[in-house]
Design a protein around this ligand. Structure first.
Ligand code: ZN
Length: 493
């Protein structure tokens, strides 16, 4: 499940609101140490590709001092007036930056924890107040320098303006060529640029992870585990399908920030983003799948935010060298462009959502019969159609069992994929293999085929299952030379 922007579900009933509270609580930095000694009741560790996160469960808040030492590389965590009530040997260090953990008493009543490190880290720490699942916590993040996926977000308006400029230049160039008979050189240029036939990139986001377990079922099933299973099933289906490629936003038991999830999708040039969750409710009865797209309100506020951000950035860069391409763009134009993009993206999301909901309805009960809309942060990419799928209610005992079953997980993954594939077959992104296949079938009419840029005779022959010699003979061709726009007769083989 995910935290709704407004209190309660669209139906007005309360939902469990555990997830996402972490982000709010992050603001409460280290609280002054209490008079009584804090007990470290448990230690938990998560290894992500770009950081390790160590969490101390505490009986009460404790003042922490965290610093690194070199030769050999170590991280020291000093906790004032604290005692260790947990066995640090139980920590599974596999895949983390930590080689070993040592503990000792410091200044009589303090606790010192030394982490022997395998690699250079940049430490960061903060305290968290209790929530429904955990008590007081101290979180220590060990970030790997240079490996963080955090980058400056690419400004979608800037990208759009650049694309339009390139398209305009290309159109101008083609208009010039079109005015006179085309030279062999111009023909060669056209032939030299084969269709990219690129894969459609599907970003798969398993919700929650690490110290954020998400919702849990009456028998203890955790949302973060079942949604990762479903995400991996979906990954397999996507990667097995020609013309599609999956990108996993998280591929293990660690937490990825919500904005970071959309940033990874953008970096990977995703054509579509799907976040997978399992719903929960205060009573055991509700069941069924739901599909969410971004709300209009969420889209509008995000448009405003992107505009504000990119304008700030323009000011900043403009102040340095005064030579930023966007500096001279009309702000109104920028706003209009972004609005148009956001609207088109939202329309795509709703269209894909409809298809996905339809397929989900064939394998599971539907909680709501239409695509719902909400202001979820992970849905806020301005130019990547995005959906959030609540696969079922983990709080419902029957669905909790189903969500754990590999065959049900596969059915859900297959339904999600069938819905998105149906959309992309009808609306393939330009340059994708699916676009090429569609154009190809369009260019074959009856027994005739119109030659497209990048075509070769042997390819055309094999595509139409005709021997090359027969194709040449039927069209009285001597060599292999063909030109774009030429119409070939396809003989019956
Ligand atoms: Zn969730």
């Amino acid at each position: 499940m995910v935290r709704r922007l407004r209190q309660g579900s669209p139906g007005g009933k309360p939902r469990l609101g555990h997830a996402g509270s972490l982000l709010i609580l992050c603001c409460c930095f280290v609280i002054a140490g209490p008079l009584s000694a804090a007990q470290v009741e448990n230690m938990r560790l998560w290894a992500a590709p770009d950081h390790s996160r160590l969490v101390f469960d505490l009986s009460s808040p404790a003042q922490a001092n965290v610093f690194t030492l070199d030769n050999p590389s170590r991280l020291v965590i000093d906790l004032d007036a604290s005692q260790l009530r947990s066995d640090s040997d139980k920590l599974n260090l596999q895949g983390s930056a930590i080689e070993a953990v040592r503990t000792g008493v410091r200044n009589g009543n303090g606790l010192r924890i030394v982490l022997d490190l395998k690699r250079e880290v940049e430490p960061e720490h903060f305290s968290l107040a209790p929530n429904e699942q955990y008590g007081h916590r101290l979180v220590v993040d060990l970030t790997y320098p240079g490996e963080s996926a955090v980058e400056d977000p690419i400004d979608p308006i800037e990208a759009m303006i650049r694309e339009q400029e390139i398209a305009a230049q290309r159109a101008q160039a083609e208009a010039k060529l079109g005015g006179k008979p085309q030279s062999p050189a111009a023909e060669a240029v056209k032939k030299a640029q084969p269709h990219p036939k690129r894969d459609i990139i599907i970003a798969i986001d398993a919700g929650h992870g690490g110290e954020d377990p998400g919702a849990h079922g009456p028998h203890g099933t955790r949302e973060k585990d079942v949604v990762l299973d479903i995400a991996r099933q979906l990954q397999q289906i996507v990667n097995r399908t020609e013309g599609f490629k999956a990108v996993m936003i998280r591929d293990g038991d660690y937490y990825v920030g919500l904005r970071q999830r959309t940033r990874i999708a953008r970096e990977q040039k995703a054509d579509f983003f799907v976040s997978i969750h399992a719903d929960a409710f205060t009573s055991a009865r509700p069941n069924g799948s739901s599909v969410f797209a971004l709300s209009q309100g969420g889209a509008s506020s995000e448009t405003a935010k992107w505009l504000a951000d990119s304008e700030n950035r323009a000011d900043l860069i403009g102040g340095v060298d005064g030579n930023l391409s966007l500096q001279d763009k009309d702000e109104v134009l920028r706003g209009v462009l972004l609005d148009l993009t956001m609207t088109a993206t939202l329309n795509d999301s709703l269209a894909i959502g409809g298809q996905v909901l339809d397929r989900l309805g064939r394998v599971n009960r539907l909680h709501k019969s239409r695509v719902e809309q909400a202001g979820f942060v992970v849905l806020k990419s301005p130019d990547i159609p995005s959906l959030l799928v609540e696969t079922g209610f983990i709080s419902n005992p029957t669905e909790e069992q189903q969500l754990k079953s590999a065959s049900h997980q596969r059915d859900l993954a297959q339904a999600i994929f069938s819905g998105m594939r149906a959309h992309f077959q009808q609306n393939p992104p330009p340059a994708s293999l699916l676009a090429w296949q569609r154009d190809n079938s369009r260019n074959t009419a009856g027994n005739e085929y119109r030659i497209q840029p990048g075509d070769t005779l042997s390819e055309i022959a094999s595509r139409h299952r005709v021997p090359l010699a027969m194709l040449k003979q039927a069209n009285e061709l001597n060599g292999d030379a063909i030109r774009v726009g030429q119409v070939l007769r396809i003989p019956n083989s």
